[in-house]
Ligand binder design. Structure first.
Ligand code: GLU
Length: 475
């Protein structure tokens, strides 16, 4: 048995492990072979972790030529090191439900990379999560955070806890139990969690309360806090608003803007709600929203009043988007996503893998000109390839949705200074960050006159982390 394990480990080791070795060993071989070899080793080291593999593959493919011109990265095995999480924490989360029964969930925190700052990234509570998903999200977060220009490393965590159908007290007990383990691993200079799917201001409140109680310290160790207790103005709006600021920049490269454009949005949570709000403000017509049960298609466009109802429905009532269709007498597409509806701009704001190759084709056939990801990796690689081959403006999540974590960075600054900035200041700074991210994508992603935002975001995000790693030695 132990021999077998030894053999397996040996195989894994034999199969690369440093990108410099590959290049030296394969002297004369094409880059594709070396890249294949590297990716094979990632598969072996992370068996069954499809999401993580796909995320690594996309980055490795984007930066491979760039690495050719940088032997210093190869020499220090930067690619190999940057694809290995610095630390993974997994723990039991026991709690008692309203019937007095003991429930057990699993908690995770993947601290991926701290080369440019303390670990930073959200917590997701959703039954679908597992280690693979958290590794993929934390890996993506590392590059996203690097793009924001703030000194923040990458992390992600959460639990397979399902907030749906739980009472407020059950959620509080769960959050307290989760934090009772997590608190020892985080801190304002170590790791600063925030929200993500299933974790909003309510959950952050319960976790922060428990953190404060356990540490006897009121510090900025979590972001996305309430405005009365250390939160930043505009943090709630930041991901959605930032997404639209990014879309605005993308459209500018084609001498157009959002006025009169039909926008299909998926999801109806925090990101979708504020992306819709800003899109409406800039003159667009938002025609769809969705949830896990289906999508609504409002031909006349969702106005501010209807959007207020969506916020009430989703944030207070915790109801289904179908109720919107009933209230406003619009089409409800049961069990469907909104990608078969004619639109000019598509904003996937629900979750990963929600646009497949067929969905992408249908968006292209229906004349869509721009796709920007409010969620993390909602488009599978086939879809991305289709968008790029068809000249669609495609903004990957790590660039387009970086506004949320950027304002988390501002929240950390305000906490450090014990002040709260006015909303106008935060909004202005958020716009600046999104413009800068766009500029970096253009700088590094322009190929034959058109911008490959995936390449641009990956190279620009990688560069800063890789240089910091080089300067800090082999750690
Ligand atoms: N969960 C968000 C993201 O995917 C925000 C993370 C944060 O604010 O730390 O970027």
């Amino acid at each position: 048995m132990s021999n077998q394990i030894h053999i397996q480990n040996q195989e894994v080791e034999d199969n690369i492990i440093s990108s410099s070795e590959i290049r030296e060993n394969k002297n004369g071989d094409t880059d594709t072979n070396s890249l294949d070899c590297f990716l094979k080793s990632i598969r072996k080291l992370n068996p069954g972790e499809e999401e993580f593999y796909e995320a690594v593959k996309e980055v490795a493919e984007s930066i491979w030529d760039y690495l050719d011109d940088h032997p210093e990265y190869q020499k220090s095995s930067i690619l190999r090191r940057i694809t290995e999480p610095e630390r993974i924490i997994m723990f039991r989360v026991p709690w008692t439900d309203d019937n007095g029964e003991v429930q057990v969930n699993r908690g995770y925190r993947v601290e991926f990379n701290s080369a440019i700052g303390p670990y930073k990234g959200g917590l997701r509570f959703h039954p679908s999560v597992n280690l693979d998903i958290f590794k993929f999200l934390a890996f993506e977060q590392t590059f996203k955070n690097s793009l924001t220009t703030h000194p923040m490393g990458g992390a992600k965590g959460g639990s397979n806890f399902d907030v749906k159908g739980k009472s407020d007290m059950e959620i509080m007990r769960f959050c307290q139990s989760f934090m009772t383990e997590l608190y020892r691993h985080i801190g304002e200079n170590t790791d600063i969690p925030a929200g993500d799917i299933g974790v909003g201001e309510r959950e952050i409140g319960y976790m922060f309360g428990q953190y404060k109680r356990l540490t006897n310290e009121f510090s900025g160790s979590i972001t996305g806090k309430g405005l009365l207790w250390g939160g930043s103005k505009l943090r709630a709006e930041a991901t959605g608003f930032g997404l639209i600021y990014f879309v605005y920049e993308m459209l500018k490269t084609k001498q157009t803007d959002l006025k009169g454009k039909r926008v299909a949005i998926s999801g109806s949570g925090n990101v979708a709600q504020f992306a819709a709000q800003k899109a409406i403000e800039l003159g667009a017509k938002v025609i769809t929203l969705s949830d896990s049960a289906g999508a609504i298609y409002d031909k006349d466009g969702i106005n501010y009043e209807k959007l207020e109802y969506v916020k009430y429905l989703k944030n207070e009532e915790r109801g289904r988007i179908r109720e919107y269709a009933e209230k406003y007498d619009v089409e409800y597409l049961e069990g469907e996503k909104p990608w078969n509806i004619e639109c000019d701009i598509a904003l996937p704001c629900a979750t990963q893998n929600e646009i497949n190759g067929d969905d992408a084709q249908s968006l292209i056939d229906n004349g869509c000109i721009c796709v920007a990801e409010g969620a993390n990796k909602p488009s599978v690689s086939d879809a991305v390839q289709k968008f790029q081959e068809n000249g669609i403006l495609f903004g990957p999540g790590k660039a387009a949705n970086a506004g949320g974590v950027a304002v988390s960075g501002f929240e950390m600054c305000q906490n450090g200074m014990r002040i709260q900035w006015p909303i106008e200041k935060v909004d202005f700074m958020l716009q600046q960050v999104m413009e800068e991210i766009h500029e970096k994508c253009v700088e590094w992603g322009t190929v034959n006159g058109s911008v490959n935002y995936v390449r641009g975001a990956n190279i620009a995000g990688f560069q800063k982390v890789a240089d910091a790693m080089l300067q800090q030695g082999v750690v």
